[in-house]
Ligand binder design. Structure first.
Ligand code: 13P
Length: 252
């Protein structure tokens, strides 16, 4: 059965004490829940990963990083490598987020290297894709997403591809309060699944987890998650308050 996931991408938010409080609140709320076939993933900033993985040992969530550098070690000041994440029991890592593509000009090729590096260290990549508004208006959104997958993801062998989580995050929906409609999300998720079927197999296409991200909140999560090809969400702003994040988990 396809793995369902609700992941919180905290981005560059929270002080240490605030992070401690939020992780504790999420852990406590999840304690009372039966999460069969649903993974909850918290992706705090790097400095709080250890705090999160420590609590995760006794709790019902996993921990993800928001970024990684593709080399194992070396003179890359300020960067964090896959073996470092693996040594801290970080299980997931977001890559290809539109904010990294935009502000840090990360290329398709660089993302492909990150993907390979994560898989070598048995960390699950959460690969983000999605179009900007002018591309959607010009009806180029399918082409854009197809290119993102082709250039960064589709070099993988089938058994590695099966380990990847995809997150469709239309850039115009991120942090804007203007989420994709459930129909728009479903249409793109089905398109992505179709590409995977063409490149790999129907079985793999059916098994891969595809998350939706972009202004997903406690109010709209249910109508998005009910769509057959939407397997959960990658949540930004709404993951910063335990109560709202948990309400999204409950919507799955
Ligand atoms: P928002 O939920 O704040 O729109 O952010 C989505 C996102 O970018 C998650 O990675």
């Amino acid at each position: 059965m396809r793995q369902k996931i609700v992941a919180g991408n905290w981005k560059m938010n929270k002080t240490f004490l605030e992070a401690e409080e939020l992780v504790a609140q999420v852990a406590e709320a999840l304690e009372k829940r039966n999460l069969s076939n649903t993974a909850v993933v918290l992706c705090p900033p790097f400095p709080y990963l250890e705090l999160a993985t420590d609590i995760a040992k006794e709790a019902k969530f996993s921990v993800g990083a928001q970024n990684v550098y593709p080399d194992d070690s070396g003179a890359f000041t300020g960067e964090v490598s896959p073996p470092m994440l693996a040594s801290m029991e970080v299980e997931y890592c977001i890559i290809g987020h539109s904010e990294r593509r935009k502000y840090f000009t990360e290329s398709h090729e660089f993302l492909a290297r990150k993907l390979d590096a994560l898989l070598r260290h048995k960390i699950i990549p959460v690969f983000c894709c999605g179009e900007v508004l002018p591309e959607r208006v010009a009806k180029k959104h399918f082409k854009v997403v197809e290119k993102q997958l082709n250039e960064s993801l589709f070099h993988l062998k089938k058994n590695d591809m099966a380990k990847v989580v995809i997150a469709y995050e239309p850039v115009w929906a991120i942090g804007t309060g203007m989420n994709a409609t459930p129909e728009q999300a479903q249409e793109m998720h089905a398109f992505i699944r179709g590409l995977i079927e063409k490149k790999y197999s129907k079985k793999l296409a059916e098994e891969i987890t595809i998350l939706y991200g972009g202004s997903c909140n406690a109010k709209n999560a249910k109508e998005l998650f009910v769509k057959p090809d939407v397997d959960g969400g990658l949540i930004g702003g709404a993951s910063l308050k335990a109560e709202e994040f948990i309400a999204i988990v409950d919507s799955l």
